[in-house]
Design a protein around this ligand. Structure first.
Ligand SMILES: Nc1ncnc2c1ncn2[C@@H]1O[C@H](COP(=O)(O)OP(=O)(O)OP(=O)(O)O)[C@@H](O)[C@H]1O
Ligand SMILES: [Mg+2]
Length: 292
């Protein structure tokens, strides 16, 4: 229906390498459970929030998710990295990379909201409720690490409020339109993740937290009282967390982990199978997603 995958720039891809890869609609490997069984997550039509104390494993999980997106030839990467170093290795395969620049973050956020509006207009016109993998429309994996820097630290109060307002809209409407939001925060508090925003994330991951209430802010109030608290995670068990999928009960898991060398190898492979690239400086121009 939406066949918008028109000609793309090919900067860097070797034409003789066949375009193949994963799909963002495929389930991805998240880690293992307590019995050593694989924990898989399907990102499509979901948003993911991960919280936990510093050093608990959030950025590592975010990197694993971005890896799946990078290897998926039907997915584009929009990366907001307040610390700039966590997601930097993915720049060569990201359509958009925003560092500690609030104005740029708001500009890109507004652009994403505009893309969302256009996708909804297309869905309405086609009498459809959501895009599917057969539509030929790339999914956008929108990743924010670290959320608190944009929602509570950088910029002016008005800019931070704008950020949360637009983000809430993108998280609320994005799923059906093929925009998946992944956010990580080391400060799980009500001002960083208002309940109204948290509830829009279908997958919630609580890594080690210092209090039951921080754990509940990520998973939702009541779980700590039921025995599912990220405060019980040993501080030395980095990468261990509770994973809550919409409608389920939290599941303890150990997140998969990619070393820097793994990431470099994945980026190199992703470059060989992807057919769209950012501008050479890695900051990307306006992504030519909309060709109608
Ligand atoms: N799943 C994992 N398995 C093994 N080691 C891990 C795992 N996750 C994280 N680590 C180790 O812990 C370190 C800190 O992890 P990470 O940077 O993901 O934490 P973080 O929660 O993002 O911290 P911060 O809040 O400071 O950004 C990593 O550099 C890595 O050495
Ligand atoms: Mg981090």
């Amino acid at each position: 229906m939406f066949n918008r995958r028109g000609p793309r720039r090919t900067g860097g891809a070797t034409p003789t390498i066949p375009v193949s890869g994963l799909s963002i609609y495929d389930p991805m490997h998240f880690g293992i459970d307590e019995n050593g069984r694989q924990v898989r997550v399907r990102l499509a039509y979901k948003n993911i929030i991960a919280g936990g104390e510093p050093g608990s494993g959030k950025s590592s999980l975010v990197n694993t998710i971005v890896a799946h997106g990078a290897l998926s030839t039907d997915c584009r990467l929009w990366l907001f990295d307040g610390k700039q170093v966590e997601l930097d290795p993915w720049r060569p395969v990201a359509d958009v990379f925003v560092g500690n620049d609030m104005e740029r973050a708001l500009y890109r956020l507004a652009q994403l909201q505009h893309e969302l509006d256009i996708r909804y207009a297309m869905l309405r016109k086609a009498g459809r409720r959501k895009i599917t993998r057969d539509d030929g429309l790339d999914v956008i994996l929108f990743v924010i690490d670290e959320l608190a820097l944009f929602s509570a630290t950088y910029g002016t109060k008005e800019q931070r409020e704008d950020f949360i307002r637009i983000l809430r809209d993108i998280v609320a409407r994005g799923r059906a339109a093929g925009i998946i939001t992944v956010a990580a925060t080391q400060r799980p508090s009500a001002d960083i993740i208002p309940t109204s925003l948290r509830d829009l994330f279908g997958y919630r991951v609580a890594f080690r937290c210092t209090t039951d209430s921080s754990s509940d802010i990520i998973l939702s109030v009541g779980w700590a009282g039921e025995g599912y608290s990220a405060k019980t995670i040993d501080p030395l068990s980095v990468g261990v967390g509770w994973l809550l999928a919409e409608g389920g009960i939290p599941q303890r898991f150990k997140a998969a982990y990619l070393t820097d060398a793994d990431i470099r190898a994945i980026v190199a492979h992703a470059r060989s199978i992807r057919t769209h690239y950012p501008d050479d400086d890695g900051t990307a121009g306006v992504p030519a997603l909309v060709t109608v």
